[in-house]
Write a protein that binds this ligand. Structure first.
Ligand code: PEP
Length: 249
């Protein structure tokens, strides 16, 4: 299984800075070690410019969200097919910012996940607990609920390699507070066990990536941990210099 080293650009950049960042990133990560993949989740309007910039490089392009229908009267939404048309092979579902700010339910995240997979996009499904949930001893309960709902409608025929789970403790996103190795291993190991419900003996083929204040100076230690199969990076992914150091960690 290859590591997934992924960048989440959130609502940052314009076409020129996106293009320049990707061109520089492609140069800095070449040649990409065989054991990893690099992906960038860019804002919708930047996707065509990004697709042109990553051509001929190993960088995969992803959307940050999608709607679980092919087309229709869904003002402001975007379909998996539209993302593919713009050059994407991946999509994020269930990012905590969308759950918290846009009010996305576990079930809606599940619908998006299943539909995107069905239409041919690979999915990175994000799950993670708030600080209050962790302090109330509800870590495993929250992860199990989000994971079960997120994967509920995924057909058994979908190859497990097409799904990655991003464990992103909400209290570690954009805060500079990275989860410690013990916390990361405990959560990832719990998620690995939970994946047996859906994938049985193939659970080991689903990537579980960590997200939350990953930086060039902690990435190597994090990807060396048990059951950590890559990282999802926000703030430190915006500059090619810092993200390339993470991608090559
Ligand atoms: C994220 O947005 O998924 C994320 C992990 O952000 P940051 O790296 O800035 O904490």
């Amino acid at each position: 299984m290859k590591l997934l080293m992924a960048a989440n650009w959130k609502m940052y950049k314009n076409q020129e800075s996106a293009r320049a960042t990707l061109v520089e990133l492609a140069t800095r990560i070449a040649p990409l070690p065989q054991d990893r993949e690099v992906a960038v989740f860019a804002p919708f309007t930047l996707l065509p410019a990004c697709a042109a910039a990553v051509q001929g490089s190993p960088i995969r392009l992803g959307g940050q969200n999608c709607y679980p229908e092919s087309e229709g009267a869904f003002t402001g939404e975007i379909s998996p097919g539209m993302l593919q048309d713009a050059g994407c092979t991946l999509v994020l579902t269930g990012h905590s910012e969308r759950r918290a700010i846009l009010g996305e339910s576990d079930e809606f995240v599940g619908q998006k996940t299943a539909f995107a997979l069905q239409l041919g996009l690979d999915v990175v499904l994000c799950i993670g607990e708030t600080l209050a949930q962790r302090e109330a001893g509800k870590l495993e309960e929250v992860l199990a609920r989000q994971l079960a709902a997120g994967l509920a409608d995924v057909p058994a025929s979908v190859p497990p390699q097409r799904i990655s789970i991003a464990y992103e403790p909400v209290w570690a996103i954009g805060t500079g507070k990275v989860a410690g190795p013990v916390e990361i291993v405990a959560a990832h190991t719990a998620v690995r066990h939970m994946l047996h419900n859906n994938f049985k003996e193939n659970a080991s083929q689903v990537r579980i990536v960590y997200g939350g204040s990953v930086k060039p100076d902690n990435a190597k230690e994090i990807i060396a941990l048990d059951n950590v199969n890559g990282v999802l990076v926000g703030g430190a992914s915006l500059q090619a210099e810092s993200f390339s150091r993470i991608a090559l960690a």
